[in-house]
Design a protein around this ligand. Structure first.
Ligand code: ARG
Length: 549
């Protein structure tokens, strides 16, 4: 009675004699073990599943019936389509949950830096994965749309603003105004004006608020347009501004619970130390009684949980904010909110050295344009552009795949050095390679049509290169499972890269064109399955697989 999961029956496996006999001398492979393995192998019989049993040094090796492997895998992949892997028994006991995932969250009138880009693609990946696994997901963008900077921006707009530009290119215009006013803000008069503007905003003065609302609304419109290029959307645009009033309530609650302490300077703090000696604390109130970033986050978390009653609340930001989220969760816990256990900060490392030809990255659009133009140039020098229907669109999709794969290759927490050249290589472990493999497999289907599994003879798929692809396809659910557990995209990335390498090799060694119809059909079916899983995985990562290039 060897414990073998049902699935393992279609992949080769090895039984170590030491693991069965619990023989402690297994490390040095006692001659007895070898003999035992041989004896056991001789006594075991092949059946419909196991086609060969042999003895190795201390192991019994089972080779699985190749035809059964081909049939089982292809059937499953082609039948389940985009749900392949998701329907696996691995997920059958995982309850369906509701998750609020907050990501991207740029600050209006400020730079959209690489950290925001990373948050956008990581959050989108987590959301895609959860949705694919059948969970309910709310994608939330929590904008930096409040704070003293809006006082400055308001004054800046009165001095240098232009309503027309605000409408046509709000992000660029507000950024420029903000830079200009920051230079001017050195003088006391401007500072005072900015303070007055922000005070009026806090007092909900109609005119002031209406200008601020225009800043916000036009910016969101433009964000939506640019996120679309990335293939990202949000269900909710929230923001710090929503919690200005509610953070006053939070401060009251903290006070009522005896958690709010006043410092000599008049600021409000919460003691987070175990010994209550203030060795660790968080400032939640300015001396003038106004709220801070963390106060608004406290109000936002409480509101989110009240509104959505979710099973998990995920925040995706750089690791420079780890302290902030630790404090946030600690305060919520002190306030008695047990659901804080359901909150999670998914953090990621720094990306160094991302520059565009124009210089520093200021807007998300800069990155998208840069990747597109670099990719177009590469395509032109590879002389493939002519055959492509829409080179701009293709360059963008392939370039984005390159960015995403470079970013997702390592652990999210690690920092990495950004390189356009490395990301955009067409060979090796890049998103470009994934896209080209997908496109090649896709055009194979276009040329020869799709195959019905019932028509094929699986005995035609017995070459080692075909078996490698099939065995790899079989593992897809395990990879999804790993990523769903630790929310790291790298498992899926390395799986897809291997799949692409295996498929590229098989594509070379197992030609469709010029083969007998029976062989050609079986091979087409194999490639169709590989393409389907490749496309599924790419979509989870936030990549749009290219149909042709
Ligand atoms: N707007 C912030 C920034 O750019 C990120 C917001 C993160 N989310 C949060 N709930 N604090 O740094």
């Amino acid at each position: 009675a060897v414990p073998v999961s049902k699935k393992r029956r279609v992949a080769d496996f090895q039984l170590s004699i030491a693991s069965v006999t619990e023989d402690s001398s297994s490390d040095c492979l006692a001659p007895g073990l070898h003999l035992q393995a041989q004896k056991l192998a001789e006594r075991l019989k092949c059946d419909a599943v196991v086609s060969e049993i042999s003895a190795g040094p201390g192991t019994v090796n089972f080779t699985i019936n190749r035809e059964l492997l081909a049939k089982t895998v292809l059937q499953q992949v082609l039948k389940d389509g985009s749900e392949y892997g998701v329907k696996s028994e691995l997920f059958s006991t995982v309850p369906k949950q509701k998750a609020v995932i907050e990501f991207s969250s740029p600050n209006i009138a400020k730079k959209f830096h690489i950290g925001h880009l990373r948050s956008t693609i990581v959050g989108n990946f987590i959301a895609n994965l959860k949705v694919a696994l059948g969970h309910e997901v709310i994608r939330m963008n929590y904008l930096g749309d409040w704070g003293m900077q809006f006082g400055l921006l308001g004054v800046g707009f009165q001095l240098f603003g232009n309503k027309e530009k605000l409408k046509t290119s709000p992000l660029q215009h507000l950024f420029e105004v903000y830079v200009q006013i920051n230079k001017a803000a050195e003088d006391e008069n401007t500072k005072k004006l900015a303070k007055d503007f922000f005070r009026k905003l806090e007092e909900h003065d109609e005119q002031t608020l209406s200008l601020w609302k225009q800043f916000r609304d036009f910016s969101i419109d433009e964000y939506i347009r640019i996120y679309k290029r990335l293939g990202v959307h949000f269900d909710e645009y929230s923001g710090e501004s929503f919690y200005q009033e509610k953070s006053k309530e939070v401060l009251k609650m903290l006070e009522n619970k005896g958690l709010l302490q006043k410092t000599i300077k008049g600021t409000g703090i919460v003691d987070l130390s175990e010994k209550k000696d203030l060795s660790s604390f968080s400032t939640v109130m300015r001396s003038d009684g106004t709220s801070l970033y963390i106060t608004r986050d406290l109000a936002a978390a409480i509101d989110r949980m009240n509104k959505h009653n979710c099973d998990s609340m995920i925040y995706v930001t750089g690791k420079s904010q780890s302290n902030h989220f630790q404090h946030l969760f600690q305060i919520l816990k002190l306030m008695g909110y047990d659901w804080v256990e359901r909150c999670q900060h998914v953090s990621f490392g720094l990306v160094q050295g991302m520059k565009t030809r124009r210089g520093e990255v200021i807007f998300l659009e800069d990155v998208l344009n840069e990747v597109r133009s670099r990719m177009l140039q590469n395509m032109a020098s590879a002389k493939t552009t002519k055959e492509i229907e829409d080179p701009m669109e293709t360059a963008e999709k392939v370039g984005l795949a390159a960015l995403i794969i470079q970013d997702f290759q390592g652990l999210l927490s690690s920092d990495y050095q950004f390189s356009w050249d490395r990301a955009l290589q067409s060979r090796g472990d890049t998103g470009v390679f994934l896209q080209y493999t997908h496109a090649r497999l896709h055009s194979l289907e276009q040329m020869h049509g799709n195959e019905q599994l019932t028509h094929i003879n699986v005995a035609c798929l017995q070459e080692p290169d075909a078996i490698s692809v099939l065995q790899h396809l079989l593992r897809y659910d395990e990879v999804l499972y790993r990523s769903s557990q630790d929310l790291q995209p790298k498992h899926i990335v390395s799986y897809l890269l291997t799949l692409s390498h295996l498929a590229a090799v098989a594509h070379k060694t197992l030609p469709v064109k010029g083969s007998t119809p029976e062989l050609a059909q079986a091979r087409l079916c194999l490639f169709q399955a590989a393409r389907s899983v490749l496309a599924n995985g790419m979509k989870l990562l936030g990549i749009t697989p290219r149909g042709c290039c």
